[in-house]
Write a protein that binds this ligand. Structure first.
Ligand code: ADP
Ligand code: MG
Ligand code: MG
Length: 477
């Protein structure tokens, strides 16, 4: 009858007790590698072990209804399958993004690579997807709505597990006092499941001497999340290399048979933790590297088609009536996915534009970007829509409009830089999904752990690395 216990009320905690919890939490983070580079140290993004600070965390797991948790887990493999099907429909990708291409140079460059692969009739037999589908629970409609599907460089598969274990550990020590049961924080094996999928992709590639290459940003303060993944990967399979896109361009080549060689080593699997934002391509070198990798026979996580299948424009196209049916035969699966779709519109719909100008607070305007900090909210939505109306048709294809979701606000303790703040916060649940197939054989298609991110309710944006949110886990109720 554990679930019928009253949930904890943070209002009732005295400062002394909270300080004790914070102390224990921070010791745990330090001992278990739940750390990020400290931006006050110049070298903290390039030299491991220098200038570390605990990751921003929620002190306690955030309550989340079990039925929605199950719903989010259940759709994970269906979304994985959908990404795979969309990736195979080159015409759909090109058509859906054809107007965006004219308005957005970054999408245009990605599409150019996609077109080149089509021209050379490039096929990806082994396909590896490591995804994270993000949701918010809309308080008014009481529905679980998808924020977005990430198909490239999903962050925190390493820390997802860790923050869960941190919370479980705190509840084991202090659960009686808190009235909380550590067993109600669901197990989280995000790290090992992603590493396992990468190791199995390497097996499919079938050359024991080939390395798994992790493509990283040259300066990355979130490096420990990535090192967690590679350290678990190494237990399953010892050879890996970390390279930036610029290094791939100078050290890499593709042989006649398609083999990718970087720094003298054959590469079996390429896992991107870079390449998702225009900032990752400061010069033509990085674009050359991306193209080189794409042309090779290495398994790419993601391929250019998987990457594009995860764009916000494609999300919006998939939400149009009848489009899911183009990719999925199973009506139940279609219904399950559609249930998670929020309102999504392109900007060539005059009626919705009118509504959004009247009530901008009910919408989010999104460009084709990843990594947080790019969306437009509130009065800026109105201003931008009015501006675009003046500028004419072309520019508006860079954006989509989305129904704004309003999750329940609750009191939480957010811990940053050793200090806790009690604040009103909202949360976003990310469900990791791993997918691996070789031609017709689906080797992995599973829900692969989770990550809750919690942010003060007054903040519009959500990214942890971008500085808006903290890492969190869930407490089922
Ligand atoms: P990114 O790819 O940059 O992470 P997202 O679509 O996830 O882009 O948006 C970033 C953040 O903005 C989300 O984490 C969430 O906090 C907020 N957000 C995005 N869409 C909505 C929405 N429809 N309603 C409310 N908040 C949203
Ligand atoms: Mg994203
Ligand atoms: Mg996001």
């Amino acid at each position: 009858m554990e679930s019928q216990k009253p949930m904890f009320q943070v209002e009732n905690f005295d400062d002394e007790f909270v300080q004790k919890l914070v102390y224990d939490a921070l010791v745990w983070c330090s001992l278990h590698g739940l750390v990020v580079g400290d931006k006050t140290y110049q070298k903290s993004g390039t030299v491991p072990g220098v200038g570390m600070t605990h990751a921003p965390i929620s002190l306690l797991p955030t309550p989340f209804p079990e039925s929605y948790w199950k719903q989010a887990c259940e759709v994970a493999p269906i979304f994985n399958e959908l990404v795979d099907r969309v990736s195979l429909d080159a015409q759909f990708i090109q058509d859906s993004l054809s107007r965006t291409k004219k308005a957005d140079i970054f999408t245009s460059r990605l599409l150019d690579i996609h077109s080149k692969m089509l021209e050379s009739n490039k096929k990806e037999d082994i396909r590896l997807g490591l995804h994270r589908s993000d949701y918010m629970l809309d308080e008014e409609t009481k529905s679980l709505l998808q924020i977005e599907m990430n198909t490239i460089s999903c962050s925190f598969p390493g820390f997802g597990r860790l923050v869960t274990e941190l919370h479980q550990s705190l509840l084991r020590s202090h659960g009686d006092h808190l009235g909380l049961d550590s067993e109600r924080v669901p197990k989280n094996t995000s790290n090992s499941q992603f590493a396992d999928a990468m190791a199995k992709a390497w097996l499919e590639y079938n050359n024991p001497r080939a390395v798994v290459m992790i493509v990283v940003q040259p300066d990355e303060r979130n490096m420990y999340d990535q090192h967690w993944l590679s350290s678990v990967l190494r237990e399953k399979y010892p050879l890996y290399a970390l390279k930036s896109l610029a290094e791939v361009e100078t050290e890499g080549s593709v042989q006649d048979d398609g083999t990718l060689i970087v720094d003298g080593q054959e590469v079996s699997v390429v896992y991107y933790r870079s390449g998702y934002t225009p900032r990752d391509y400061p010069s033509e070198s990085e674009w050359n590297a991306r193209l080189l990798i794409e042309q090779s026979s290495a398994v790419k996580c993601p391929s250019i088609a998987y990457h594009l299948a995860g764009t916000k424009k494609i999300q919006q196209e998939l939400a149009k009536p009848g489009v899911l049916e183009r990719f999925m035969d199973n009506k139940d699966d279609v219904a399950k996915l559609r249930k998670c779709f929020a309102g999504l519109w392109s900007l060539d719909d005059p009626e919705i534009i009118k509504k959004a100008i009247e009530k901008p607070e009910l919408f989010v305007m999104k460009p084709q970007r990843e990594g947080g900090g790019n969306n437009i909210y509130g009065d800026d939505v109105r201003e931008n829509l009015l501006r675009l109306q003046k500028e004419g048709e072309e520019e508006n294809a860079a954006y989509i409009l989305m129904q704004r979701i309003f999750p329940k606000v609750s009191n939480v303790f957010l811990v940053r830089e050793g200090v806790y703040h009690k604040d009103q916060a909202i949360s976003e649940l990310g469900i990791y999904g791993a997918y691996l197939r070789n031609k017709e054989r689906v080797i992995i298609n599973e829900q692969s752990g989770y990550l809750m991110r919690t942010k003060v309710s007054s903040s519009d944006e959500g990214g942890v690395a971008a500085g808006f949110a903290v890492l969190d886990s869930i407490y089922l109720n």
